[in-house]
Ligand binder design. Sequence first.
Ligand code: PRT
Ligand code: MG
Length: 212
Amino acid sequence: MSKTQNLMIAVSKGRILAESLPLLAGLDIRPLEDPALTRKLILETTQPGIKLVIVRATDVPTYVEYGAADMGIVGKDVLLEYGGKGLYEPLDLKIARCRMVLAGPKKEQQINRRLRVATKYTRTTRDYFATQGKQVEIIKLYGSMELAPILGLADRIVDLVDTGNTLKANGLVPLETITDISSRLIVNTAAMKMKHEQIKPMLERLARQVGQ
Ligand code: PRT
Ligand code: MG
């Protein structure tokens, strides 16, 4: 007989949370309070013992790697930057989909020095240009990358694009797709062993829901 164990699921706040709730509801896991209304960060659910913790997207892998949460839902963009090894990534949930692109001004002057690329994805950007054998200067920003070319801080940006409206509104065009992005289920390696009886059927149900 499988006994019910406590399970903590870390979910990125923002758009990933909104798209995660229907998937969790498919597992009969529903927060008892509306995450959009409450100020609580840890939410009890309709499944006794299963809780959701709502954290910043970039913090989700950390909570899961260290076992503070057993599972998490997080964007591939965040996982690529995190680069941690102590995590399983068993499932592409196919939500919050977008592309990571290299973008630049629609019209631009000739650049006679090393290309400057502004991004919050410094690791992924470095790997991308390294693979191409190109030397670029990477400038770390924490948000609103689109501003950098307008103000002359950088020649290019690496950012996520969905509709393309944000780039367009700032006179930028996508130049190259670096990778497709979607949200992934991640699982703590120890929890995968210790709570296997509880986690395995959840993974199977989720996989069926997202058509895998
Ligand atoms: O504020 P904080 O730093 O905590 O996070 P955030 O505001 O970036 O979080 P949030 O809620 O936006 O969610 C971020 C996660 O959602 C990312 O890690 C991705 O995995 C996923 N995601 C999917 C996106 C987008 N699509 C997306 N389009 N995250 C951000 N964007 C932004 C993009 O950076 C750009 O500013 O939306 C804008 C582009 O959208 P379009 O439709 O104009 O092209
Ligand atoms: Mg935000």
